[in-house]
Design a protein around this ligand. Structure first.
Ligand code: ADP
Length: 307
């Protein structure tokens, strides 16, 4: 029976001015998944380590995403899925996306690679639909493709892979409070002023340009969010203070990761990133909130095969 073990990475989506369209892939934070063929013609979630998540296939994003690819392939092959969750659900760094993308990646490999990585995105999005009620692609796309992904449109689905400036580092603070994607969506305003929209698309255009030209300063100046951050940041304890600390310690930009509560700081080089990380740690450890801190390179490849 075929079997594959993979590392499925965490991702930072809603990158400031790239709300709902731009995400990037992390390198050293992610889930470990083992997927093996079975002979019972069923998708089964056989083990979940590290988190209390649904074992029923239809309630776990990995099961739903795997079913989606197999139904398009009209295959009755069954698979057993084991997930070692290292990314907490509801963290805002693509916990559900890692499981959904990992499941479709592994099933595709074991089925002989009928789809390209880009073609796998819609199957993984089915998992996202289960997790948040919204089939968004800005976490699953960078998990599958690596680097930065831009979701140009949903109908038709068009995703563009962008270059990764090598010196970029991401510091992620995850305050251990839960904010459901569903809840943080519900507080968003449904209309935007023209003035704010102009600033936002100016920044997004400049941010994309900065990725191509590896202009770190422009990248930092463009990482701004006029629309969502002012509303959502109120859900994140000490957001303004954290943003100030990141800037004072040399971060290029700072914002909400996904729908929170995680926040991210983009930095140039290891030295600045370490400094930003330690100052955030120093500040947050005096608060009565448990937290996790990560420092990662941008992973240009996405999901990795371990064995
Ligand atoms: P995140 O942005 O970190 O993915 P979400 O709130 O979007 O967080 O998704 C987490 C939701 O998805 C939770 O309600 C969780 O129970 C559900 N879920 C189902 N299967 C999984 C899975 N394999 N991994 C993570 N979350 C899952």
């Amino acid at each position: 029976m075929g079997q594959i073990k993979i590392f499925s990475p965490a991702t930072v989506a809603n990158l400031s001015c790239g709300f709902d369209v731009l995400g990037c892939c992390l390198d050293n934070v992610g889930d470990i998944m083992t997927i093996r063929e079975n002979d019972v013609q069923e998708i089964r979630i056989t083990k979940i380590i590290g988190q209390n998540l649904p074992m029923e296939t239809g309630k776990n994003v990995a099961g739903v995403a795997a079913k989606s690819i197999l139904s398009t392939l009209k295959s009755s092959q069954g698979f057993d899925i084991e997930i070692e969750k290292k990314i907490k659900a509801g963290s805002g760094i693509g916990s559900s996306a890692a499981s959904a993308a990992g499941a479709v990646f592994a099933v595709n490999k074991l089925m002989g690679d009928p789809f390209t990585a880009s073609q796998l995105i819609p199957f993984a999005m089915e998992g996202e639909k289960l997790a948040s009620g919204n089939a968004h692609a800005d976490n699953v796309a960078p998990a599958l493709l690596g680097g930065f992904s831009l979701v140009k449109s949903y109908e038709p689905l068009e995703v563009i892979s962008l270059p990764t400036p090598e010196e970029l580092r991401v510091v992620v603070l995850h305050p251990l409070i839960e904010i459901k994607t569903r809840d943080s969506r519900s507080i968003l305003r449904q209309s935007v002023s023209l003035e704010k929209a102009i600033k936002q698309w100016g920044n997004l255009g400049a941010l994309i340009s900065a990725l191509y030209t590896r202009d770190y300063e422009l990248f930092g100046r463009s990482l701004q969010d006029e629309i969502v951050e002012p509303v959502r940041s109120i859900l994140i304890p000490y957001f303004d203070e954290l943003k100030k600390i990141a800037a004072e310690n040399g971060a290029l930009g700072f914002g909400i990761s996904g729908s929170g509560p995680s926040v991210y700081a983009m930095c140039r080089g290891d030295e600045v990133a370490e400094k930003v990380k330690s100052s955030i740690k120093e500040f947050y450890k005096s608060k009565a909130i448990d937290f996790e801190l990560h420092l990662s390179e941008i992973n240009p490849h996405g999901i990795k095969i371990l064995s």
